[in-house]
Design a protein around this ligand. Structure first.
Ligand code: T4K
Length: 417
């Protein structure tokens, strides 16, 4: 059987099923298997769209494909405005500025650091709040104690696509006159109470990066039901222009180009299929891994829409016999590049580590999750056979935990020589 970069396993023979690669066996995969391999959709449709762009000679600046993308997005989500962006980070920055946040904003540390940077980039002080260990999103119980006279908003994250506790967050925001915004980078196609993510808070921001379930190569979108806010966001996305030769706002360049919109539309055409694949993969991982001691797969509400984009595994090192890091290192030798999102936590990254060295004190659940969570490869580039193989390797490693640990200690010693 040939091997490919998408992770086709090598031929399964008695010789290479065991032992683990770390213990002298053949790696499970001939080439690295990544978390975040892009979903592509119909190449033919993508090529047709790219040809249309070239024929039309309209490459960017609110082109027809961007407009179509925005319309389909807002129709699907059920929100009045979807404003496409060049990426999620710039989308967050523009959303934050357009919503008038300043001073201090409450934000989780357990997120991709872009969420926090988007505040700091505008000299807004991020105030780290702990997360609920079950939902992995902001813990509403911990927010009010962090509010000061300088607080202007809450920037919550729908971590792994599971919607944050939007109703309780909104009640807190209303009680204190704060603006509630959401980083919805992971949450396209997810719902809470039957309502699609995209319409909560004052505005929400999606990422359509190559690694996301819906991808535009690079891209994002801010969605809102607020007409005036939407208008400001549109102007700020385009240098602040409110008309020809008329600049009314401090603006940036957040525009999505036509190639990205072509990819986004093509991705959207196949989104149902991508999500169905993700769901099958997630269920397979859950069935296999939860049969093992000390491993649990992050759950989603099966009564809601979900994109099943991330397969997130929590490792209880005591029960499993191996720590999260030991499993990640064992998998790496098998050519499975599991990720430790969001290790070590934004508060332990710069500049926050220097600016707020004591932040960890109020973040016990964040600290614990940063040590115990890993994400595994999924999406349309991964086969069910590959997933079976990954789970089998993890199971074998747990059975041989002592040997695995001893070998890892030895290899760490080798590396320091
Ligand atoms: N807020 C949250 C909560 C986010 O998670 C993110 C982004 C943002 C905001 C910001 O949105 P953007 O500005 O990115 O639109 C990756 C993604 O780059 C990033 O978009 C994502 N979150 C984050 C969770 O994951 P890295 O640093 O892990 O990227 P990298 O280069 O290590 O790639 C991840 C894996 O994907 C690798 O194993 C390789 C594979 N890959 C990647 C690309 C780009 C491919 O196989 N093909 C590819 O084309 O951040």
């Amino acid at each position: 059987m040939s091997s490919t970069p998408t992770g086709t396993p090598q031929t399964r023979t008695a010789e290479n099923v065991r032992p683990l690669a770390l213990l002298g066996g053949i790696p499970a995969f001939a080439e690295p298997l990544h978390v975040g391999r892009p979903n592509i959709g119909s190449r033919q449709r993508l090529h047709e769209r790219l040809d249309e762009i070239i024929d039309r000679r309209w490459l960017t600046n609110d082109g027809p494909l961007v407009q179509e993308f925005e319309q389909r997005l807002s129709d699907w989500i059920g929100v009045r405005h979807a404003i496409a962006m060049c990426n999620g980070t710039i989308g967050l920055e523009i959303m934050i500025r357009a919503a008038g946040l300043q001073g201090e904003v409450i934000v989780p540390s357990f997120t991709f650091v872009a969420t926090v940077h988007a505040l700091m980039w505008q000299e807004i002080q991020p105030v780290f709040c702990d997360i609920d260990p079950v939902t992995h999103s902001l813990d509403p119980e911990r927010i009010e104690e962090l509010i000061t006279p300088k607080t202007t908003g809450i920037l919550a994250v729908h971590t792994w696509g599971r919607p944050a506790e939007v109703e309780r967050l909104q009640a807190i925001a209303d009680r204190h006159g704060l603006t509630l915004l959401f980083d919805a980078a992971h949450a396209i196609g997810c719902s809470r109470g039957g309502r699609m993510v995209g319409g909560f808070g004052a505005a929400e921001c999606f990422s359509f990066h190559a690694t996301k379930v819906l991808n535009c190569f690079e891209g994002g979108a801010v969605t809102t039901d607020d007409d005036r806010l939407a208008e400001r966001i549109r102007f700020m996305r385009n240098f602040g222009f409110a008309g020809k030769d008329r600049v009314e706002y401090l603006g940036s360049n957040g525009k999505m180009n036509e190639m990205s919109a072509a990819m986004g539309l093509t991705s959207m055409d196949s989104l149902t299929e991508f999500i169905a694949t993700n769901r099958r993969h997630w269920e397979l991982y859950r069935d296999r891994l939860e049969a093992l001691p000390g491993l649990s797969v992050f759950e989603h509400d099966s009564n809601e829409h979900h994109n099943y984009h991330y397969v997130v595994v929590e490792v209880d090192a005591q029960q499993a016999g191996l720590s999260r890091d030991e499993i990640v290192r064992m998998l790496e030798v098998e050519n499975v590049l599991a990720r430790r999102y969001f290790y070590p936590g934004s508060h332990r990254m710069q500049p926050y580590r220097s600016l707020q060295p004591q932040a960890y004190r109020v973040l016990p659940h964040t600290e614990a999750l940063c040590q115990s969570v890993l994400t595994l490869p999924t999406g349309t580039a991964v086969t069910t056979e590959a997933i079976e193989r990954i789970c089998e390797r993890i199971g074998t490693a747990l059975q041989e935990a002592d040997a695995v640990r001893a070998r890892l200690v030895e290899s760490a010693a080798d590396r320091t020589v």
